[in-house]
Design a binder for this molecule. Structure first.
Ligand SMILES: [Zn+2]
Ligand SMILES: [Zn+2]
Length: 291
């Protein structure tokens, strides 16, 4: 199993950290989790593309996680996808993507007619799912839980279990505050990809305690995320979805190390991890940043 952090940023635009997106390649399948800003460029930089996706899993409908959906759909069609894009997402995904697709329908119809090309690859095969969902694919078992990201009504974390003797397990948190259900989902995972809120760094530019607390209430502070990894008993913790984007790295490591002494990576865009049972190795170090 290979897990790649395609985008480790948040809604704030940045040249080093693109919008949230993670890729899981395992059992001959390629699953994309979220499609934040710049995801199609990051897929190419990783050596993949939108036509190679087995499917797209959405954690929730916050803009930073879905903003490049149409670009992903259209570029995948240009890259050769001749069948609908499979998408799984929370309640209201149908309403949300339906409105987007409706807005683009005249362009799709005009383009396919004028260029004399089939439009199957511009269609979406959508399934709205709830927490506790399981998908058995030829290569994987994928499960989810509802995580805690209020006031967003429904947000998911996903767990991927590859089949086979030495097969690895990885869990992706999505956006969440400290979440016991996510800890259960992640239990014993070789790799946990978890969001990180660097609240003391955030406080330097946002002095209003009420606004600091509002952010903290639906994210996981760097002091808490080590506790999540320890309680879940994961082998390796990779942090992503950095808020804010620039921070004191040594202090983040200190925060996590008060609770967790397993493998630790402060995620950067295009970092890849090879995951087998009991072992996680950094396969590629990612975009060189100047953080
Ligand atoms: Zn969110
Ligand atoms: Zn987010």
């Amino acid at each position: 199993m290979r897990v790649t952090l395609l985008g480790t940023g948040c809604p704030v635009a940045d040249v080093h950290r693109y919008g949230p997106a993670t890729l899981v390649e395992a059992g001959g399948e390629t699953w994309l989790i979220d499609c934040g800003s710049g995801v199609t460029q990051r897929l190419l930089a990783h050596g993949s593309n939108g036509a190679k996706l087995t499917g797209l899993l959405l954690t929730h409908l916050h803009s930073d996680h879905v903003v490049d959906f149409i670009q992903l759909l259209i570029s995948g069609w240009h890259q050769g996808r001749a069948k609908p894009l499979r998408v799984y997402g929370p309640r209201r995904t149908r309403e949300f993507l339906g409105a987007l697709l409706e807005a683009w329908r005249p362009e799709f119809e005009q383009r396919t007619a004028h260029e004399r090309r089939g439009g199957e690859g511009l269609r979406v095969e959508l399934e709205e799912i709830d927490g506790g969902w399981t998908l058995e694919t030829p290569g994987l078992r994928i499960r989810n839980v509802e995580v805690r990201h209020p006031p967003i009504p429904q947000a998911f974390g996903y767990r991927f279990e590859e089949r086979g003797e030495d097969a690895g397990t990885a869990t992706v948190s999505g956006d969440t505050a400290y979440c016991p259900e996510l800890i259960e989902l992640a239990r014993g995972s070789d790799l946990l990809v978890h969001e990180a809120f660097v609240h003391w760094q955030y406080a330097k530019r946002q002095p209003d305690p009420a606004k600091q607390q509002a952010m903290r209430s639906y994210h996981t502070a760097t002091e808490e995320v080590g506790k999540v990894a320890r309680e879940a008993g994961v082998g390796h913790l990779a942090l992503t979805h950095w808020v804010p984007l620039v921070f004191d790295r040594a202090r983040v490591v200190e925060d996590v190390r008060t609770e967790f002494h397993g493998g630790l990576t402060l995620g950067e865009d295009l970092m890849s991890f090879d995951v087998v049972r009991g072992h996680v190795a950094l396969a590629r170090s990612g975009v060189q940043s100047h953080l």
